[in-house]
Design a protein around this ligand. Structure first.
Ligand code: SF4
Length: 295
């Protein structure tokens, strides 16, 4: 589904530029059931080459590890995924559920990610899994995955460039930045000019639960539809690219102790942060306090 959102290059251009043939896609392919079965079998038998296996959605193992909650072609889909992953040059986990298990990771369906279960390495394929190229699963988290990150990784790997990966196996080119870096509200954050409602101009970290300073992802670097992002329009980032997503506590609320956020920006020392933010709030310029965009 993330692939359908690619704008530039569009899907056809991306595949042509990358010299990739689309073998099957749930929305774009028009095969008869028989043709589809034969294609899958020839991939499993290694008669047809498989460069990219892109999985969107978690691997469902329930009930009791049988995978019968999610079947495909008359068998548990997890068995098909396992077989195809052994054949593929590259395995891409597209979205947070495929990467880390997502919303069903601790539930009855026994969902898990391809090579992670939440933040723990392992997942469905196990920590030692390597695709034919020698690379582990490449995680492209997000709910949904940003289409340009997916397009960029396919183009990069097709051209022979292997993007460096983070410890969470996300390509640093797209996931090396925090969502906070590049947010247009940074100056408000700096001076602790806070909002209590959606759609306003100030920072959303202190009351509204914004997780931008704790979330690695391309939002605010690669705008959605080339135009916008959540924080640009006054909606807090809720951390959808992080392994622990979705967190068990409410999204649009900052948990705090005596008005101080429980979770501070990544790597920040609490004592220093408190001292700095108190002084910064006192120094906030009038134009920010009045939410003026121009001096
Ligand atoms: S709204 Fe969120 S991402 Fe933007 S500056 Fe504030 S904390 Fe950072």
């Amino acid at each position: 589904m993330a692939l359908l959102g690619i704008e530039w290059p569009n899907i056809v251009e991306l595949l042509e530029l990358s010299d990739v043939s689309l073998l099957w896609h749930p929305s774009l392919s028009n095969m008869s059931p028989g043709e589809y079965q034969r294609l899958v079998q020839s991939l499993l038998d290694d008669e047809t080459g498989l460069d990219f296996l892109c999985l969107e959605g978690a691997v469902i193992r329930g009930p009791g590890g049988t995978g019968q909650y999610d079947t495909h072609l008359g068998r548990p889909k997890k068995d098909l995924i396992s077989g195809l992953a052994q054949r593929a040059q590259y395995v891409l986990a597209v979205g947070t559920c495929a990467s880390y298990g997502g919303i069903g990771a601790d539930g009855e369906v026994e969902a898990t990610g391809l090579q992670f279960h939440k933040a723990a390495k392992g997942g469905f394929l196990g920590p030692e899994f390597r695709s034919k190229s020698g690379l582990p699963v490449i995680n492209l988290p997000g709910c949904p995955c940003h289409p340009e990150a997916l397009a960029g990784v396919i183009a990069a790997l097709s051209s022979g460039w292997r993007p460096p990966l983070s410890p969470n196996q996300t390509p640093l080119q797209w996931y090396g930045l925090l969502v906070h870096q590049g947010c247009i509200r940074n100056e408000y954050h700096e001076y602790r000019v806070e909002e209590n409602d959606f759609g306003q101009r100030g920072c959303l970290f202190f009351h509204m639960g914004c997780r931008g300073p704790l979330t690695h992802g391309p939002c605010n670097k690669l705008l959605w539809n080339g135009r916008s992002s959540k924080t640009s329009v006054g909606v807090p980032c809720f951390g959808c690219t992080q392994p622990e997503f979705p967190q068990p506590h409410p999204f649009f609320h900052t948990r705090n102790i005596a008005g101080v956020p429980l979770e501070l920006p990544e790597g920040v020392d609490r004592a220093h942060y408190l001292a700095y933010k108190g002084m910064a709030a006192a120094a906030a310029p009038e134009r920010l306090m009045k939410r003026k965009t121009r001096v």
